[in-house]
Design a binder for this molecule. Structure first.
Ligand SMILES: Cc1ncc(COP(=O)(O)O)c(C=O)c1O
Length: 474
């Protein structure tokens, strides 16, 4: 009997991610072994991982963490004084003064929960946030999966459904599958910059009720991979929709710090909800997620994020806070504390920190503009201007012969497109299929938070591949 036969049937049937990254790794290995390719290196900009794409980490965060991990560095005079002072403050709240001890509670070090709630209160212009509503875990995807598992239900008509934007973050379809939840798609309006459409939410909900029990609506704002930023009116309407239909709001707000679109601003679901009057503010269940993997910090590998849980049944919330699987790692909590409390003008690291952040902000907004303009000039590619986040999500118009070839090979056409691009030009992008899109419009996903020279190379290789493809097939 093979191992697979022992595996939970739900796991056997999951939508496994397309293995473009494996192919990228394989090609890189071939190059290292001396196999000749038309390119010198593979560039992987398929995921929202700025450091992987070549962006540097923020010095202050790394310096403080380094001292926390190795406290001998507290004596190291070559490190700025505020770095050493901050590290000492953080060590003081760790059990036994060491990052090697367990977090005091499963859902986070109390001082850091308090610090996060103060950050949220500041961010939301005084709307109160409470430390007991903050739960820390190894990243926002882990937090989301814990919440989803809480209300996953049996199969059949009563299987729990989650309204999910199309396109959605590429890790979400598999997460829903793994948790045994039904993905209920609602289409975003591409021609309107990927905005949410209320009519479409109603349509999706009605259609879903025939085969499952929708219990939640997932929102990605600012949008991954669309780069769309929702305005207050839209947020109010989504909240009303959730309230009327008894849906829990799951708001991924991990790109809240990276809005660069003109006249656009991030407004949290929590803020809008709290300003909609008691009928909504005291009843609508909302979970908001934030992460260390966010644009400017980009510390994806540290695996840290928190959720703020609003209006959830106390018994249900209690389950979340006592889950041993949560057992928050200490180092990412410290990184979060530094991220939300950066150096102030009195601190010696302030100038360097500010310069580094400005550099990332400028790179992101200039890259977004450059890449969007560039791609819109390429025949057969169109791209909505993004307003935030780290992705561009252009549409590619594929020639009929490529569609036919994809059909013959039994693969999705946008996946085939990305495979060929990888093989011929050494650029790894994401395929729209991974973002849940399975319609006749094909898209590709690229992380634009990369050094400008890397982005330029990606654009050149992509353009060359695309034009050759059109030549070949027309
Ligand atoms: C929508 C969304 N959720 C979550 C994350 C990050 O998840 P995690 O905190 O698990 O790294 C990202 C990417 O950084 C994202 O785009």
């Amino acid at each position: 009997m093979s191992t697979m036969q022992h595996v939970n049937p739900r796991v056997r049937g999951i939508r496994a991610p397309v293995n473009l990254q494996d192919l990228a790794a394989h090609i890189s290995e071939q190059i290292a072994q001396g196999v000749k390719k038309p390119f010198k290196r593979v560039i992987d900009v398929s995921s929202g991982d700025p450091h992987k794409a070549g962006m540097p980490p923020i010095s202050f965060i790394r310096q403080v963490l380094a001292v926390c991990v190795y406290p001998e560095l507290l004596k190291e005079k070559s490190l700025p004084l505020d770095v050493r002072q901050r590290a000492q403050q953080l060590l003081d709240i760790c059990g036994g003064g060491s990052v090697g001890s367990y977090s005091t509670s499963f859902c986070g070090i109390p001082e850091i929960q308090k610090s996060i709630s103060e950050f949220i209160t500041r961010r939301d212009g005084g709307v109160p946030s409470h430390p007991e509503d903050i739960i820390f875990s190894c990243g926002s995807q882990m937090s989301l999966s814990l919440v989803l598992r809480l209300f996953a239900s049996v199969e059949g008509k009563t299987q729990t459904g989650v309204l999910t934007p199309m396109p959605c973050p590429h890790t979400l379809p598999m997460l829903l599958d793994m948790t045994g939840l039904t993905l209920v798609p609602y289409r975003l309006l591409e021609e309107q910059g990927w905005a949410v459409d209320l009519g479409e939410l109603h349509r999706a909900l009605e259609a879903a009720r025939v085969h499952c029990e929708p219990k939640a609506i997932y929102i990605s704002n600012p949008g991954n991979p669309t780069g769309h930023v929702q305005d207050r009116k839209t947020i109010e309407k989504v909240i009303q929709f959730a309230a009327t239909n008894c849906l829990i709001l799951l708001a991924e707000e991990v790109y809240q710090d990276s809005v660069y679109g003109q006249d656009k601003e991030f407004i949290s679901y929590k803020k809008v909800l709290s300003e909609m009057g008691k009928t909504y503010a005291d009843t609508v269940e909302l979970v908001s997620f934030h992460s260390l993997s966010t644009a400017y910090i980009g510390e994806c590998g540290l695996r840290g994020g928190y959720m703020e849980v609003i209006n959830m049944d106390p018994a249900v919330k209690r389950i979340l806070t006592i889950l041993p699987s949560l057992s928050s790692p200490v180092l990412p909590q410290l990184a979060m504390e530094i991220m939300i409390n950066p150096p102030t003008p009195e601190d010696s690291s302030y100038n360097t920190y500010t310069q580094e952040i400005h550099h990332i902000e400028d790179t992101l907004s200039q890259n977004a503009k450059r890449a969007c303009e560039f791609l819109n000039r390429v025949e057969g590619i169109s791209c909505q201007p993004p307003m935030a986040g780290v992705f561009l999500y252009p549409r590619v118009h594929l020639p009929p012969h490529m569609l036919a070839e994809a059909k013959r090979l039994g693969v999705k056409a946008d996946v085939l497109y990305c495979q060929r691009l990888l093989e011929e030009e050494g650029v790894c992008l994401g395929a729209g299929y991974e973002n849940g899109q399975e319609d006749k419009n094909y898209h590709i996903r690229l992380c634009i938070l990369a050094p400008p020279s890397t982005l330029e190379e990606v654009l050149t290789r992509l353009c060359s591949f695309h034009l050759q493809l059109l030549d070949k097939f027309f």
